[in-house]
Design a protein around this ligand. Structure first.
Ligand code: PLP
Length: 283
């Protein structure tokens, strides 16, 4: 596989990042995951915009322009002959000479890394059968709207789910569902789609924005407000969205089956609409 590190394309075995990199030492970095269908990028501009915002919130700047970033994405697709999968991008606050809590000065350039991951996104067991989730406490920091590489707790959440025989975890803060470990969370009751409003408590999903727009255009009712796990367990349907899973039905919460325990009509319809529309708009 060919990867990109700081201006150079090279085989993954030869790619190097300093041991002093602040991404490695402090989780001082941000990332994006953009999916690829038919060798084209889904919602690149949405991801680029959120990247700029994440960087801005942390007082960082991108070492390349967003146009250059698009070229790098495309070059990686070509060099790796990627037709379906993801492109992972990470920017960290670079590698100063010494480990120091204080941010380095302008003479320390950021580190930019990108790599591809081939993966079937359209057809998967999760897409067909839906997933089960457990609820766990959301003990993450207060700026979940910034897409940082601090993913230890979400990773632990996935492990807790696995140990409980489930696929994923929904996190709960002050009684209300925030989001999944790596996706936004939704429930459907009497045809109405409910998902948590935007704020510092959740990541502003690029897929979320697209799905809510498509839902409104399809005259589906959407309510952006907090909901509890109890409300979710009594919903007709539930689903999650993310760049790599699109719209995926949730068929059980904490062992309670929703509906007949198979992906519901709203989740299935939104998945189809999302895939068709974003495929058409891919660049
Ligand atoms: N919420 C969290 C915590 C995530 O990590 C992700 C994606 O990785 C999402 C939501 C979904 O965001 P997007 O649709 O932009 O992939």
């Amino acid at each position: 596989r060919t990867v990109y590190v700081n201006g150079t394309y090279l085989p993954e075995e030869e790619a190097k990042v300093s041991v002093f990199d602040r991404g490695f030492l402090f989780a001082d970095g941000v990332y994006e995951v953009t999916s690829v269908l038919d060798g084209k990028l889904i919602d690149f501009h949405g991801h680029a915009q959120r990247l700029q915002r994440s960087l801005g919130e942390l007082g960082m700047t991108s070492p390349v322009t967003m146009d250059e970033l698009l070229d790098i994405h495309r070059e990686l697709v070509t060099r790796n002959d990627l037709s379906e999968g993801m492109i992972y991008l990470q920017i960290t606050r670079g590698a100063p000479a010494d480990r120091d809590f204080v941010f380095p000065g302008p003479d320390t350039p950021p580190t930019l890394v990108l790599f591809t991951q081939a993966k079937g996104l359209i057809d998967s067991p999760a897409a067909e059968k839906g997933i089960s989730v457990i609820s766990i406490d959301d003990i993450r920091w207060g700026r979940r709207d910034i897409k940082t590489v601090q993913l230890l707790y979400p990773s632990m959440g996935k492990m807790m789910a696995k140990e409980a025989g489930a696929d994923d975890a929904w996190m709960v803060a002050e009684g209300f569902v925030t989001e999944g470990t790596s996706n936004n969370a939704y429930i459907v009751k009497d045809g109405k789609i409910v998902t948590r409003h935007l704020g510092n408590e959740i990541l502003h999903g690029i897929t979320r924005a697209a799905v809510l727009k498509f839902a409104s255009e399809a005259q589906m009712e959407v309510e952006e407000r907090p909901f509890t796990i109890e409300e979710a367990k009594q919903a007709d349907e539930a689903f999650v969205t993310s760049a790599s899973t699109f719209v995926t039905a949730v068929v059980a919460i904490d062992g309670v089956s929703l509906g007949d325990g198979t992906p519901g009509p709203v989740a299935r319809r939104l998945r189809d609409i999302y895939i068709e529309a974003s495929r058409k708009a891919a660049i």
